[in-house]
Design a protein around this ligand. Structure first.
Ligand code: PLP
Ligand code: COI
Length: 351
């Protein structure tokens, strides 16, 4: 970084207007944000400033060609006021993987990490301590440079905003296995956290919601025979006592929660398999009673149990188990994230 990060503080904090006992997900924003410009071929020194609107030219390329990528992370606080992040460098690396695919200049690790750390120090009072709540962190980069020429922009903005948040889903979700639409294709941008991937999900998801489901289970774009992701989460399927998840590919986001859960499950003695899993196998397992659990994993939702799924106009319910893997694994990962358990993996990073 060329110089010290400048901090412009709010005149009056909004924090007293926030009900920390009833936090929604991602719609109440902390006092400050970090903003950093890419211009003249390099990233400038970021500033931390009051959370405020951004002014852009109508010809900014983000509006026309969708060069936009983001990350999702969380900060936690324990009873002793220690502030923690979970595997933050993984988010920085993935942001830069997404950046490469969308021809966005990579963000230097020191800007990402020092910027984030300083922002969290400035807004430390905004990190919730209640169980089930955390400070959701949204780093993002978009093309702020102008022009209708369909080519990469010459200017970008990297911003980090934070939002004290409660649960993403209120309870178990009912999902629809997708037979027609796809969120990603071979050779496409599915592995990147590109804004456009989510825009492409809205229409099929809306159709599923109209039919009474909460989310779509994405299948491969070619045959729709293989299970890929669960909405904006990776998916785990338990058949008998084996936990199965699809391998990552250029269609699937390499989720940080997914790989952490795989590791925790293995170390807890749970049999795990990373392999392609067909819709036929899941339907068959539901019919013969060997399908025990399905759940999604992601930063926002942590672990979201699935109550049942729809496929070819039929609904299949999952059994109610006494001590499901989903609950056991959720407890373990959140205990690591919130400093309630020993972190043998070195995943927890104190701010
Ligand atoms: N898959 C998609 C499409 C996502 O948007 C997310 C959310 O970040 C995930 C999976 C889970 O990734 P992570 O566990 O890194 O949050
Ligand atoms: C996350 O889990 O952090 C995500 O980015 C998913 C998002 C669509 C809420």
């Amino acid at each position: 970084m060329k110089s010290k990060i400048e901090i412009q503080r709010v005149e009056k904090s909004k924090i007293d207007s926030v009900d920390f006992d009833n936090l929604p997900f991602g719609s109440v924003y902390s006092d400050h944000m970090l903003e950093c410009d890419f211009k003249n071929g390099e990233w400038q020194t970021p500033v931390i400033k009051p959370y405020s609107p951004i002014t852009l030219d109508p010809s900014a390329k983000i509006f026309h060609y969708g060069q936009s990528i983001f990350e999702g992370m969380k900060a936690y606080k324990d009873a002793d006021e220690n502030m923690m992040l979970f595997r933050p460098l993984e988010n920085c690396k993935r942001l830069n993987k997404s950046a490469e695919r969308l021809v966005i200049p990579p963000i230097p690790e020191d800007i990402f990490m020092e910027g984030l750390t300083k922002l969290l120090e400035v807004d430390s009072d905004w990190i919730p301590k209640n169980e089930g709540s955390s400070l959701y962190i949204r780093p993002f980069i978009f093309a702020s440079g102008n022009g209708f020429h369909a080519s990469p922009a010459d200017a970008y903005k990297f911003i980090i905003c934070t939002a004290p948040s409660g649960a993403y889903f209120a309870g178990k979700v009912k999902v629809l296995i997708e037979e027609k639409f796809a969120r990603a294709a071979n050779g496409g941008v599915g592995f990147a956290k590109a804004g456009g991937n989510y825009a492409a999900q809205f229409y099929p998801t809306q159709l599923a919601i109209e039919k009474g489901y909460n989310q779509v289970i994405w299948t491969d774009d070619n045959t729709h025979q293989f299970i890929e992701e669960a909405g904006a989460m990776n998916i785990f399927i338990r058949i008998n006592d084996t936990l199965i998840t699809s391998p990552t590919s250029d269609r699937i986001l390499d989720g940080i929660t997914r790989k952490s859960i795989l590791q925790i499950a293995k170390d807890a003695g749970i049999s795990t398999e990373v392999r392609k899993i067909s819709v036929g196998e899941v339907v068959e397992a539901a019919k013969n009673g060997t399908l025990k659990e399905m759940f999604g994993t992601g930063t926002a939702a942590v672990i979201s149990p699935i109550a049942g799924f729809g496929y070819q106009e039929k609904d299949y319910d999952l059994p109610e188990l006494d001590n499901p893997f989903a609950a056991q694994l959720k407890k373990q990962i959140t205990y690591i994230q919130t400093n309630k358990a020993k972190d043998f993996y070195g995943w927890r990073v104190f701010v």
